[in-house]
Design a protein around this ligand. Structure first.
Ligand code: NAD
Length: 482
C-alpha cells in the first residue's frame, strides 16, 4: 500500500464545486492514497473583505501539505482585489506551469488530429508582477519584470522536461524584436542553454507568428517555453484548438510546493447545471498522483478516461454528431460515473498512457559578477505646459556639469531635440540625463541634486529610472528615433 498523503483541496467557484466533486469521486473509486483537507478560497473570501481571496488557515494547510488541488475561482473584476491565482503561484514559488494540450481524434472533433504539444509557461514574472501605477492624469503603467534567475530556472526546467519525457524539439517564443532587454534576456539564455542539450532540436519564434502557427498547425510543435503572459494566452489557444478548454490540465511546480488545476476558469455561464466537463481537473489530479509517486493510480484513471472518450461518452462541450461514432451526451456526474465504470480498461485506438515519475532538477543559480556603473538617469515628468521644445528648454535650465539633458521622449518616442509636430504627446514625459562627457559615471548624489533643481524649478517629477552599464554594456533601451 502506498503511503496516504494529505493534500489541500479547494472546491472553487462557478463550476468548481461540480467538477471537483466529480474528480474526487473518481480518485476515491481508483483508491488514490490521498486524504483531502478542504479549504475555502475565492469569491466568498473576497466578499468577506479579504482582498487576497485567501485566509491564514488556508495558507497554513497549503504550506503543510505542499500540494494543492484547486478548482477554478472567480476573480472579481476591477480594482481593490488581487488575483488569487497569481498570488498562489508567486507566494508558493510555483515557477513552472506545465500545460499539455493534445487532440483526441477521431473521437473529439478537431481540425488538428495529430496535435500533442506541451506549453511550459514561466509562472511568476513578466507583467504578472502586478506592479501598476497611475502616474499622470492621462497615463498608467505596468512593470514588466524579467529576471536572470527566473529565466535560467524556467528554461533549464523546459530543457530537462523535454529530455526526460523523450520529446524531441523545444520552441522558445518571445517578442524580443521589440522588448530587447526583457524578452531579449529570455531568448539569450535559451540560446546559451541549448548548447548543453545538443540532443534537443531548438528554435525561436517571435510570439505573434508563433501563436498564429499554433492556431493553424499545432502538430508542428512538441514543447514550447515562453514568458508568463504569452504562455497564458497561448495555452488557451492551444487548448481550444485541441477540442475544448475543458480537457487541458495544468500543473504548477515549485521547489517545495505544487498546485494542480484546470487551465479554464470558473465558467459562471454554465455553473450549477451539471453540464461542465470535469476532464481538465481530473487530468490535473492525475498529474498530481504521478507527482506524488502514485503512477499506477494515475495510469488507471487516465486510461479509463481515454476509454470513456473513445466509447463516445462526452460532455456537452465536446459532444457532436460525428459520423461513424456512437456518441452519448453526459452530465458532469454521469461522465465521472462512466470513467469509474471503466477503471481497469485501456483505450483501443487512442494511445495508452504510461506514467513514470521523473524528478526535474533545475541547477542552482550562479551569482553574477558583472560590474555595474551608474551613467545617468531617466526622470519622468507630469507636464502639460507647452511644446516639447518648451520642456527641452526648461530641462536645459536644470542641467549641470554632472547631469545634463540629452533627450526627451513621450510614450517612448523621441520628441526633443529634433521631434516632429505629428507625434502625439501625452502629459507623461521621460527626460534622459547623462554626464556631459561620453562614458563618464555619475553618483546617486548627482541624481538627488538634479531632482532638487527640478523641484525648485516647479517641474513635477513622478519617477526616476537609473541608467546602468553592466560590464560596459548598456542596461537600458534607446527611444524610438534616438
Ligand atoms: P472560462 O474558462 O471560465 O470560460 C470560457 C468559456 O469556456 C465559457 O463559455 C465556459 O462555459 C467554457 N468552459 C470553461 N470550462 C469549461 C468546462 N470545464 N466545460 C465546459 N465548458 C467550459 O473563462 P472566463 O469566462 O474568461 O472566466 C470566468 C472566470 O474564471 C473569471 O472570473 C476569471 O477570472 C476566472 N478564471 C479563473 C481561472 C483559475 O481559477 N485558474 C482561470 C481563468 C479564469
Amino acid at each position: 500500500m502506498p503511503e496516504i498523503i494529505p493534500i489541500t483541496v479547494a472546491r472553487g467557484d462557478g463550476i468548481g464545486p461540480e467538477i471537483m466533486d466529480a474528480t474526487l469521486r473518481v480518485l476515491e473509486a481508483a483508491k488514490a492514497a490521498i486524504v483531502p483537507e478542504f479549504i475555502e478560497i475565492g469569491e466568498s473570501v473576497y466578499e468577506r473583505g479579504f482582498s487576497s481571496g485567501i485566509e491564514p488557515d488556508a495558507w497554513e494547510s497549503i504550506r503543510r501539505t505542499g500540494v494543492l488541488l484547486k478548482a477554478p475561482i472567480t476573480t472579481p473584476q476591477g480594482g481593490g482585489v488581487k488575483s488569487l491565482n497569481v498570488t498562489l503561484r508567486k507566494t508558493l514559488g510555483l515557477f513552472a506551469n506545465v500545460r499539455p494540450c493534445r487532440s483526441y481524434a477521431p473521437f473529439v472533433e478537431t481540425h488538428h488530429p495529430f496535435m500533442d504539444l506541451v506549453i511550459i509557461r514561466e509562472n511568476e514574472e513578466d507583467l504578472y508582477a502586478g506592479i501598476e501605477h497611475r502616474q499622470t492624469r492621462q497615463v498608467t503603467q505596468c512593470l514588466k519584470l524579467i529576471t536572470k534567475p527566473g529565466c535560467e530556472r524556467i528554461l533549464r526546467y523546459a530543457f530537462e522536461y523535454t529530455r526526460s519525457r523523450g520529446r524531441k524539439k523545444l520552441s522558445c517564443m518571445t517578442k524580443d524584436n521589440i522588448m530587447k532587454l526583457t524578452d531579449g534576456m529570455f531568448h539569450r539564455i535559451f540560446r546559451e542553454l541549448s548548447k548543453e542539450y545538443p540532443d534537443i532540436e531548438t528554435e525561436h519564434l517571435i510570439i505573434d507568428i508563433g501563436m498564429a502557427r499554433v492556431a493553424d498547425a499545432p502538430d508542428r510543435f512538441d514543447v514550447i517555453v515562453t514568458p508568463n503572459l504569452y504562455g497564458d494566452i497561448l495555452s488557451d489557444v492551444a487548448a481550444q484548438v485541441s477540442g475544448s478548454v475543458g480537457m487541458c490540465p495544468s500543473a504548477n511546480y515549485g521547489i517545495t510546493a505544487s498546485m494542480f488545476e484546470a487551465i479554464h476558469g470558473s465558467a459562471p455561464d454554465i455553473a450549477g447545471q451539471n453540464i461542465a466537463n470535469p476532464s481538465a481537473l481530473l487530468l490535473s489530479a492525475v498529474k498530481m498522483l504521478s507527482y506524488l509517486s502514485q503512477s499506477e493510480t494515475a495510469m488507471l484513471i487516465h486510461n479509463a478516461w481515454l476509454k470513456t472518450i473513445e466509447d463516445g461518452f462526452h460532455t456537452i462541450d465536446i459532444f457532436s454528431h460525428l459520423p461513424n461514432y456512437e456518441h452519448q451526451r453526459l452530465g458532469t456526474n454521469e461522465f465521472a460515473d462512466a470513467v469509474i465504470e471503466r477503471l481497469g480498461d485501456e483505450p483501443q485506438t487512442l494511445k495508452t498512457v504510461r506514467y513514470k515519475r521523473t524528478e526535474i532538477v533545475t541547477h542552482p543559480e550562479i551569482k553574477s559578477e558583472e560590474v555595474k556603473e551608474l551613467v545617468g538617469v531617466d526622470v519622468f515628468f507630469d507636464w502639460d505646459a507647452g511644446t516639447p521644445d518648451d520642456l527641452g528648454a526648461a530641462l536645459q535650465a536644470v542641467s549641470d556639469d554632472r547631469l545634463s539633458i540629452r533627450m526627451v521622449s513621450n510614450r517612448g518616442v523621441k520628441v526633443w531635440p529634433g521631434g516632429i509636430p505629428e507625434t502625439y504627446c501625452t502629459d507623461h514625459w521621460r527626460a534622459r540625463f547623462k554626464h556631459p562627457e561620453k562614458n563618464m559615471t555619475v553618483e546617486p548624489a548627482d541624481v538627488i541634486a538634479l531632482l532638487q533643481r527640478c523641484l525648485d524649478a516647479g517641474l513635477d517629477f513622478i519617477k526616476t529610472e537609473h541608467l546602468y552599464m553592466f560590464d560596459g554594456k548598456r542596461g537600458y533601451s534607446l527611444s524610438q528615433g534616438q
